[in-house]
Design a protein around this ligand. Sequence first.
Ligand code: CMX
Ligand code: CO
Length: 147
Amino acid sequence: MLTRIDHIGIACRDLDKTVEFYRATYGFEVFHSEVNEEQGVREAMLKINDTGDGGASYLQLLEPIREDSPVGKWLAKNGEGVHHIAFGTGDVDADSEEIRAKGVRVLYDEPRIGSMGSRITFLHPKDCGGVLTELVTAAEPGAHEGH
Ligand code: CMX
Ligand code: CO
C-alpha cells in the first residue's frame, strides 16, 4: 500500500547551487547525499517532514553525471524543474506487480537500489498522465543514517 509522498525529484544542473537555494530560501538542510552510478545522478535528499507510516518526505535534488542519463536527457529537453514524484510503500515488489497488472508499464523487472539503500522502481510517465512516478521502499530503519 502506498502510504506517503516519499519525495519529489527535482532536476538541476548544479547540485551545490540548488542545495544552497533551498537552504537560503527555506532553511532546508541536506539530510543525505550520494552518487548513484546506475541512475546516473549526484543527489541530495532534504528531509521535509516525518510521516505517519514511520517514514519521511524529502525533496530529492538531482544533477546528472552523464548527458545520456534519464535526468541528463530530460534537462536537455525541458530545463530545470520537477522531474518525478515518488510514493512510499512497505512493499515495492507487491505494489508494483499489482500496478503492472492494471496495465501500467513498470520500468524494471526487479526493483533497483535508490537513495539511502532504498529499493525503487518507476512507472512510465506516458501511462501516468505525463508524470514519471517512482515507488520506494526505504531500507530498514537504522541501516542508512543521514550524513
Ligand atoms: N516526466 C514526464 N515525461 C517524461 C519524463 C519525465 N521525467 N521523461 C521522459 N518523459 C517523456 C518525454 O517527454 C517523451 O515524451 P514525448 O514522446 O511526448 O516527447 C517520452 O517520455 C520519452 O522520453 P525520452 O526523452 O525519449 O526518454 P526515454 O524514453 O529514453 O526515457 C524514461 C524516459 C521515463 C523511460 C526514463 O527517464 C527512465 O527510465 N526513468 C526512470 C529512471 C530515472 O528517472 N532515474 C533518475 C532518478 C533516480 C532516482 O529517483 O533515484
Ligand atoms: Co527519486
